[in-house]
Design a protein around this ligand. Structure first.
Ligand SMILES: *Cc1c(COP(=O)(O)O)cnc(C)c1O
Length: 429
């Protein structure tokens, strides 16, 4: 990995003026932290006052190669000097090559490019509808605690009431059942069911990997009942588990695991490394279900976006970042496990795989340190980690997520783990 030279910090406190711009002109859809970020380099970012933070959130699993990566910058510059955008009415090489590369990492099939995770999932819903249309089948079974995006169909698919509230009626045709529960899925199948959609590792729901038995059982069940099996890999994909797809990692060494394949996969987040990109892959024989005129998007798979995504794949392969995620991910996991063992009054457990790690905190009622504030434990820890110079992502009330860049260095992981231990310790009674 290259040495990253951080730019000189800007010593000037502009936080209040930035916040004022937001409070006047930006819709208040996010509960934002008291931080205004200014620039970054690798796994570090600096706020407007020049303070440095170790970014273990990676823009929520987006910044695959960290911030201001020189090779991404170079790909952006050289492609933008040739061709930024052409309509999907025309062919261009970068989109074809990127589709080929993604299929190479999964299995033969075809790819559709779009601009976000929610939009990638929309493609899967439409595929399910097209697939079941002539038989009157349209229902999609998804999991409780899932997250599939914020469009109207996305919140309908998502198995969390909080995203639906106030936006009813939902798009029809989604049913939610407990995750990792094959019998619940079997019981939810009706004559109108067309597909099952799950995350390989639930992200927003709190870092819960699918079990190998669930994945294998689901494949068999979907085959028996002629249902499409879709995986939302928006957060857990793109080598975050240590393999291109989390199901590849979860099923490693499991008998029958190497032949497992879903029928469709949605991707986004790390795919563009910060350049907004989404995609979905369909395998044979479903890859041509969406024929000419059935689906589209103006910006999907532009030459510029595809050049960036291709560069990210080149760097991941050249620098063996999947191995880094595996090895360093295991190290982080083990370190956090021993911290959890030392601080049982604050931490309940550690979850996840690779660079998708969840620190499960004790309930407020179980930990006096959390009772000094009425904020959720996850928010309290994330805020105190900001004071310690580390960015992490809350997931619900009890879980703090680490989703760092795939090229995180060992020294940075050590720095992060030390800050996390100190911060968690500060909540001990
Ligand atoms: C982030 C996320 C989405 C939504 O992606 P957007 O790009 O925000 O639309 C969908 N599914 C999962 C699993 C996600 O983590």
């Amino acid at each position: 990995m290259k040495e990253i030279v951080p730019p000189a910090p800007i010593v000037q406190n502009q936080f209040e003026s930035v916040r004022e711009l937001f409070s006047k002109h930006v819709m208040p859809t996010y509960g934002r932290f008291e931080l205004a970020l200014h620039h970054g380099a690798g796994s570090y970012v600096w706020d407007v006052s020049g303070r440095r933070y170790l970014d273990l959130g990676g823009g929520i699993a987006v910044c695959a190669l960290g911030h201001a990566n020189a090779e991404i910058t170079e790909a952006l510059i050289s492609q933008s000097q040739r061709l930024v955008h052409v309509s999907n009415l025309y062919y261009h090489e970068p989109q074809g090559r990127l589709a080929q590369r993604l299929c190479h990492h999964i299995a033969p099939g075809k790819v559709f490019f779009c601009n976000s995770g929610a939009e990638a999932n929309e493609g899967l819903y439409k595929t399910a509808r097209k697939f079941g249309h002539d038989e009157g089948r349209f229902e999609i079974i998804t999991a409780i605690n899932s997250f599939h995006g914020r469009t109207l169909a996305g919140i309908s698919a998502t198995g969390q009431e909080k995203v639906k509230k106030g936006f009813e009626p939902m798009v029809q045709g989604f049913r939610h059942v407990p995750f990792n529960d094959l019998e619940a899925i079997r019981a939810a199948i009706t004559p109108t069911t067309a597909a099952v959609l799950i995350e390989g590792i639930q992200g927003e729901g709190g870092i819960t990997p699918a079990s190998p038995e669930f994945l294998l059982g689901l494949r068999k069940l979907c085959d028996e009942r002629r249902l499409l099996l879709f995986i939302d890999a928006v957060q857990c994909g793109h080598f975050r588990s240590g393999r291109f797809q989390s199901f590849q990692r979860i099923l490693e060494g499991v008998p029958g695991g190497d032949t497992f394949l879903p029928d469709g996969i949605s991707m986004a987040k790390s795919l563009g490394g910060g350049f907004p990109m989404g995609a979905f892959w369909l395998r044979e024989p479903y890859q041509d279900l969406l024929g000419p005129g059935t689906h589209g998007t103006t910006y999907g798979g532009t030459p510029l976006g595809c050049a960036v995504a291709l560069k990210i794949l080149d760097v991941i392969e050249r620098d063996k970042l999947a191995d880094n995620v595996r090895n360093l991910g295991l190290w982080i996991h083990n370190e956090l496990e021993s911290i959890a063992a030392r601080l049982p009054g604050v931490v309940k457990g550690i979850r996840g795989l690779g660079f998708m790690v969840g620190i499960e905190l004790r309930e407020r009622s179980e930990c006096t340190g959390f009772q000094k504030s009425d904020k959720a434990p996850s928010l309290q820890v994330v805020n105190r980690l900001h004071e310690a110079g580390v960015l992490t992502i809350p997931s619900g009330n009890q879980i703090v997520r680490l989703l760092p860049a795939l090229n995180l260095a060992r020294a940075q992981a050590e720095e992060g783990v030390a800050a996390i231990e100190k911060t968690l310790r500060s909540f001990e009674a």
